[in-house]
Design a protein around this ligand. Structure first.
Ligand code: NAI
Length: 434
């Protein structure tokens, strides 16, 4: 049997591509050696959100509700129960992915797959001693945590182990104050750990707008998290914590899957792709973290669609200019496009409108004492970036994503009707003040 498409990796890029390709009638084969759903569903995005939600409810009960006139005696965070629920959420979603793939007629091989070279009708992939032939290959093997040469790094947890904990450590050291570090600091601080975040840079939250990062840090300092900036950790033992999380970034997973057998060009471990998600070898595509371009699940979904559409002969182009990023702390932070700082570094003449979230009635009603804000970054009348702190930034940023993707003018944005009262109305307010 010759397949139309062999997909390596069943994470967001792989399963989206497989479902789409199968649904379009391509004979599709998906190889996954661990769990369908990949890191995102099993040990990343979803389990962390489930646990963070338990922590949020606990925060409200544990004194957070007082300012809203709600008190509660002796709340308990039963962490083992929260973990059980998290596992059930993951199981349900993974089952949903599997059902979707089956419905689309995708054949799933639960083995480690290795590309072994060219075959008569395309390419050969070997898994558990069997050789499979396909006309096209899509590599979606994702990424793995970076483990820098720090003494004792092998004793550290990664996202995988920390999300599998069933007990709360008394003390938690976090190396790296990026997205994972901040979300886990939020979770374990709420759950009762004494958390210290060690960040090498002079700000947390990496490329996020500096004011968003600084304000988020202040909010968490008030909640009891300690931050040490400019702190490049050299020895894990010196941190003296019961548990330590290493969250210093992720790198594409390309080892041991035979990319050399086809001479697929890669740079610093990342498979090089163009805007059609093609690699340097015709017929071989790569989508998701493995190409190292924009390592987020939602980017992976879109890249997967672009790859499959091009395999189907429908030209589709991947655009990276309107991809939102979110940090699911409480409050949430979100950003899209340029910050004023990044625009200036690129010599783009830009200006900024900043508005406190309190301009939204709904925000005021639901965020007592909240210090959030939104910033819109303009190049003339064109919106080139937006950054915000405040709940629910993760939902509001979708509207900004649509605005930026469609390259709407200031006048067009002004005519959008938002439901009232919503926090998303802050966009309208900010535009009104632009
Ligand atoms: P990251 O790149 O967001 O942050 C890593 C941080 O570690 C940086 O701020 C860096 O300066 C710091 N660092 C590096 N080496 C260090 C050292 N030796 N000592 C102290 N600090 C050091 O990476 P993170 O948090 O590990 O997340 C990895 C990826 O996972 C992200 O790129 C993101 O794509 C994804 N992710 C996305 C989430 C979301 O969208 N909400 C949530 C969690 C992860």
């Amino acid at each position: 049997m010759i397949y139309d498409l062999s997909i390596l990796g069943g994470g967001p890029a792989g399963y989206r591509a497989a479902e789409l390709a199968g649904g379009e009638g391509l004979k599709t084969l998906l190889f996954e050696e661990r769990n369908l759903g990949g890191v995102c569903l099993n040990e990343g995005c979803i389990p962390s959100k489930a646990l963070l939600y338990s922590a949020k409810i606990y925060d409200y009960m544990n004194g957070g509700g007082v300012k809203y006139g709600v008190t509660c005696g002796n709340p308990v965070l039963d962490y083992a129960a929260a973990v059980k629920r998290k596992d059930a959420v993951v199981k349900k979603l993974v089952a949903g992915v599997e059902a979707g793939l089956k419905k689309a007629g995708v054949e799933i091989v639960r083995e480690h797959a290795v590309i072994t070279g060219r075959a008569a009708n395309g390419f050969a992939v070997e898994a558990a001693g069997n050789v499979y032939e396909a006309r096209n290959i899509l590599i979606c093997t994702g990424s793995e945590p970076v483990m820098p040469p720090i003494k004792g790094i092998e004793t550290c947890m990664t996202n995988r182990e920390i999300l599998a904990l069933t007990e709360i450590p008394k003390t938690l050291a976090i190396i790296g104050g990026g997205v994972i570090g901040l979300e886990m600091a939020s979770l374990f601080n709420s759950a009762g750990s004494k958390v210290v975040v060690y960040e090498m840079a002079d700000k947390v939250a990496g490329p996020f707008d500096r004011e968003v990062s600084d304000e988020l840090q202040k909010i968490y300092e008030k909640k009891g998290v300690e931050f040490k900036l400019g702190a490049a950790v050299k020895d894990v033992a010196e941190l003296g914590a019961e548990k330590t999380l290493a969250s210093v970034g992720r790198k594409p997973s390309t080892k041991g899957m035979g990319i050399e057998s086809l001479g697929i060009p890669a740079e610093r471990g990342a498979i090089i792709t163009d805007e059609l998600m093609k690699t340097g070898v015709p017929g071989v595509y790569a989508a998701g973290d493995v190409n190292g371009r924009h390592m987020l699940a939602h980017t992976a979904y879109r890249e997967a669609e672009v790859a499959v559409n091009n395999i189907l002969g429908r030209r589709d182009i991947m655009e990276y200019n309107a991809i939102p990023s979110v940090i699911y702390t409480n409050p949430e932070a979100a950003g899209i496009g340029e910050t004023l700082e990044s625009a200036r570094q690129k010599a783009i003449s830009a200006s900024e409108t900043k508005l406190p979230m309190q301009y939204s009635g709904r925000f005021l009603a639901e965020n007592e004492g909240g210090s959030g804000f939104i910033k819109l970054v303009w190049s003339g009348a064109k919106l080139i970036g937006a950054h915000m702190l405040g709940n629910p930034a993760s939902e509001i940023v979708s509207t900004l994503s649509a605005i930026m993707y469609r390259e709407m003018s200031l006048n067009q944005i002004k005519k959008i009707i938002f439901p009232h009262p919503t926090v998303a109305e802050i966009i309208k307010e900010a535009v009104f003040h632009a």
